[in-house]
Design a protein around this ligand. Structure first.
Ligand code: NAD
Length: 499
């Protein structure tokens, strides 16, 4: 049995807490590795190493820090297949989807190569007589991030690339479900020229997370995961005086107007609803067709597409649409929610229960499900299922459809499919959700924009990546300078004003 490690001070180190978690191969159901779960003492050791290394890294000029990112991009491309394979083996997603996970992180690293420009600061010449004023962006010090299982490459890179290029040290606490890729990323950063101690991976569970939250030296905490944990981390971290940003769960609605191209809408829904087995925070989990006639046409187009989906292990390469879910517990949770849908009266149009694959009977596969005629009060509508289950809620008109999305507690992403520019424009303006697609089902912004939901999908003020990341990972310091030659009249006792 492979025993995974932490990555501290530039080296793989064995866990010393004596506690481990199982890492599964979701396709076979086998335990393929054990990951150590750090104690508070192990976390403290990593923090001390980071604190000792960080000032020298912050003093490296931003161009040189950016060059580490350039080299890192090369190495990610060099090792893309290896990273994708390791990612699929622990997560279960298909190989092309795993390569996409690495690629979307890589694009944030590319953006970070612009750090010398992005960190330039502001300057006012002659802000007063003989007075100059300038603002600089300084690194926070030791920063930390806690990441979910569903994007084990992209989300760590969303956090550590901007944190590090800004001159911080970063401690990553990845998901204990799929920790191998984060460890590989840390190795590659070091190969790219990053000094030891600036990026460390400390594996663990709540104990490691609490050690981060209560550590005096750690200045900021980034979190992506489920909403209850996001809420806990935000509240606890803020109470400890840290800068915190937390991104939570989702229930993304796609509204299908009567004038939409129904083939395009059905194709989009199948990809966005079932891709990665629905384990994406930007997955579409609710379809809202407007009018019964639209709903009937949509269901007619969806059913054959869903029934044709190919579910299988990543080893089948491009021949698979989606793989297993991450754990047996995730599978059981999805199945339980599907049962509530049936019990509460939704119509199960495509039944993915009891899905089994020859040779992979112990894998965590879940067949595709489609519910029609679900209503607002049902659990399958209110809760995040995070599985291959699409729920259709029929709306009688546009106002009812937009109202559904607006009233839902989550506000990560949403989409409208229509040929009507006026409806699309109204939707984009009024909707209280952070990321909006118009005839685009998964509107994940590119690296140079920012990513973030609204409502219970986020806790904090700044988004991920793009310009917001450079604000989150730096503090502004403003200097007002007057040189002695400017002081000729003796002391001043009233507040200076610009007349
Ligand atoms: P999770 O909340 O279970 O775990 C996320 C992280 O928190 C992991 O590192 C885990 O070890 C840690 N954690 C778990 N329980 C904890 C506890 N009690 N105390 C402290 N830390 C704890 O989430 P997950 O299952 O890994 O990921 C799926 C969730 O993440 C979904 O809800 C999904 O919508 C969400 N997600 C959101 C975004 C976004 O940007 N909004 C992106 C990806 C995933």
């Amino acid at each position: 049995m492979q025993e995974l490690t932490h990555f501290i001070n530039g080296a793989h180190v064995a866990g010393t807490s004596g506690r481990f978690a199982d890492v599964f191969n979701p396709a076979t159901g086998e335990v393929q590795a054990k990951v150590p779960l750090a104690s508070a003492a192990e976390m403290d050791h990593a923090v001390q190493v980071a604190a000792a290394a960080q000032p020298a890294w912050a003093a490296v000029n931003p161009q040189r820090r950016a060059r580490v990112m350039m080299k890192f991009v090369d190495l990610l491309n060099r090792d893309m297949d290896k990273l994708a394979e390791a990612l699929s083996r622990e997560h279960g997603k298909t190989l092309p989807d795993a390569a996409g996970d690495v690629q979307r992180g890589l694009e944030v690293v590319e953006y970070c190569i612009g750090a010398p420009h992005l960190l330039k600061g502001e300057y006012t010449d002659s802000a007063g007589p003989g007075i100059d004023m300038y603002s600089m962006r300084q690194a926070l010090g030791v920063t930390a991030g806690i990441t979910p299982f569903n994007f084990p490459a992209m989300i760590p890179m969303w956090m550590f690339a901007p944190a590090i290029v800004c001159g911080n040290a970063f401690i990553l606490k990845p998901s204990e479900r799929d920790p191998s890729v984060p460890l590989m990323l840390a190795e590659l950063m070091e190969e790219a020229g990053l000094p030891k101690g600036i990026l460390q991976v400390v594996n663990g569970d709540k104990e490691a997370v609490d050690a981060i939250l209560y550590h005096d030296v750690i200045q900021s905490v980034g979190f992506v995961g489920s909403t209850p944990i996001a809420e806990y981390i935000y509240g606890t971290g803020c109470a400890q005086g840290k800068r915190v940003q937390c991104f939570g769960g989702a229930k993304n609605h796609m509204i299908i107007m009567p004038d939409a191209d129904m083939d395009q809408a059905a194709d989009a829904l199948v990809g966005a609803g079932y891709g990665a087995a629905g384990e994406r925070c930007m997955a579409i989990s609710v379809a809202v067709p407007v009018g019964d006639e639209t709903a009937d046409r949509l269901i007619e187009k969806l059913v054959p597409r869903i029934e044709a989906l190919k579910v299988g292990p990543y080893t089948a390469g491009k021949d698979v649409d989606y793989g297993p879910v991450v754990t047996a517990a995730a599978k059981a949770n999805i199945e339980a929610l599907v049962q509530t849908g049936i019990d509460q009266g939704a119509e199960l149009v495509v039944d993915g229960r009891n899905y089994s694959m020859q040779g992979y009977e112990d894998g965590f596969f879940v067949g595709p499900h489609l519910f029609d005629r679900a209503t607002k009060d049902m659990d399958i509508y209110q809760k995040e299922i995070f599985g291959p289950v699409l729920t259709c809620v029929r709306a009688q008109n546009y106002e009812e459809a937009i109202g559904l999305a607006m009233d839902h507690e989550y506000g990560n992403g949403t989409a409208i499919f229509t040929r009507d520019g006026d409806a699309a424009r109204d939707f984009a303006n009024r909707i209280n959700i952070g990321m909006v697609g118009i005839n685009v089902p998964i509107p994940v912004p590119l690296a140079y924009h920012t990513f973030g939901g609204w409502k219970k999908s986020v806790f904090g003020d700044l988004n991920q990546h793009g310009p917001d990341a450079f604000k989150f990972y730096t503090r502004t310091k403003t200097v007002t300078a007057r040189w002695p030659s400017g002081i000729k009249e003796g002391g001043e006792f009233s507040i200076p004003v610009m007349e």
